[in-house]
Design a protein around this ligand. Structure first.
Ligand SMILES: NC(=O)C1=CN([C@@H]2O[C@H](COP(=O)(O)OP(=O)(O)OC[C@H]3O[C@@H](n4cnc5c(N)ncnc54)[C@H](OP(=O)(O)O)[C@@H]3O)[C@@H](O)[C@H]2O)C=CC1
Ligand SMILES: O=C(O)C1=N[C@H](C(=O)O)C[C@H](O)C1
Length: 253
């Protein structure tokens, strides 16, 4: 039998595409959702443990509040974990690292190849362009239903620029400027978040100096691009030893 892929969050905007892509590439074991909803014909499980017991790998696109419980459940059932959820915090990251001691985990705020190339280029630009001359600003726009801001991808771009500059994003982040902010500080990495309509996901990082501007932009037009990337990552992850992986490992970037 082909690999059995379970989808946590199967009723969601992403879950529907993930279920289709999983069924096309392997066997869809079913999914979870709070409401019990999901695509017709896909088995629904009452919780993540029940889903994991019938799956060889679980793809999880749910909500930040589930991360710690899912980390414990998937480690307990020894089920590889593809984590696409965004908006989680430092304690959730610790839970992910603990789980990765027992199971293979790939966590990525964006499973499409194009964005992961942007991350690579952003790190390179961060390394080459002096922070005192080139102001780095990141703009993202998403659909009106998105619950976390800045997006996980925008934060990953910020971390990539910071890594290129040899600093921690937390020390230089300027997110949601408003009111009397004073002038821009050298080395700051700024974020602006836009929400509206049904934009699937757009990200731009700009490096602006006195005499030139370099910008990298990625537009996702269809959620299937994330879903097919996550399913390909699941097929790869299943054969890996326990550990915490990123898209760079999977894509060999
Ligand atoms: N890494 C990537 O490439 C991408 C990541 N994402 C991220 O994926 C996540 C989901 O996005 P999206 O599909 O748009 O969100 P939706 O709100 O459309 O779907 C969320 C799904 O998770 C379920 N869910 C929500 N909260 C809980 C909870 N507390 N416990 C259990 N299940 C829950 C929902 O069930 P119910 O319907 O019953 O409420 C639903 O099935 C977000 O964090 C988003 O940022 C999105 C796109 C790409
Ligand atoms: O919630 C979304 O829709 C998306 N979330 C991800 C993020 O927060 O970066 C990825 C993608 O842009 C769509």
């Amino acid at each position: 039998m082909s690999l059995r892929i379970g989808i946590a969050g199967i009723s969601g905007r992403m879950g529907i595409y993930l279920a289709e892509e999983a069924a096309a590439a392997a066997t869809l074991s079913g999914g979870t959702s709070r409401s019990g909803a999901g695509p017709a014909g896909a088995p629904h499980f009452p919780d993540i443990i029940a889903l994991a017991r019938e799956s060889d790998v679980v793809i999880d696109f749910t909500h930040a509040s589930t991360v710690q419980a899912h980390a414990r459940a998937l480690a307990e059932t020894e089920t590889p974990w593809v984590l696409g959820t965004t908006g989680y915090g430092p304690e959730d990251e610790i839970a992910i690292q603990e789980a990765a001691k027992v199971i293979p985990v790939i966590a990525a705020p964006n499973f499409c190849t194009g964005v992961n190339l942007v991350l690579l280029l952003a790190e390179k630009l961060g390394a080459v362009l002096p922070a005192s001359q080139y102001d780095a600003e990141i703009v993202e726009m998403h659909h009106r239903q998105k619950v976390d801001a800045p997006s996980g991808t925008a934060l990953a771009i910020g971390r990539a620029v910071a890594a290129g500059r040899g600093v921690d994003l937390g020390d230089v982040i300027a997110s949601g400027r408003d009111g009397h902010t004073g002038p821009r500080k050298d080395g700051e990495i700024g974020f602006a978040t836009l929400r509206g309509g049904q934009i699937v996901g757009s990200h731009t990082v700009m490096f602006t100096a006195g005499d030139e501007q370099i910008s990298l932009t990625h537009h996702a037009f269809d959620r299937r691009v994330f879903a097919s990337g996550a399913v390909r990552a699941a097929l790869w992850l299943h054969a890996q030893p326990a550990g915490l992986y990123g898209m760079r490992d999977f894509l060999k970037l």
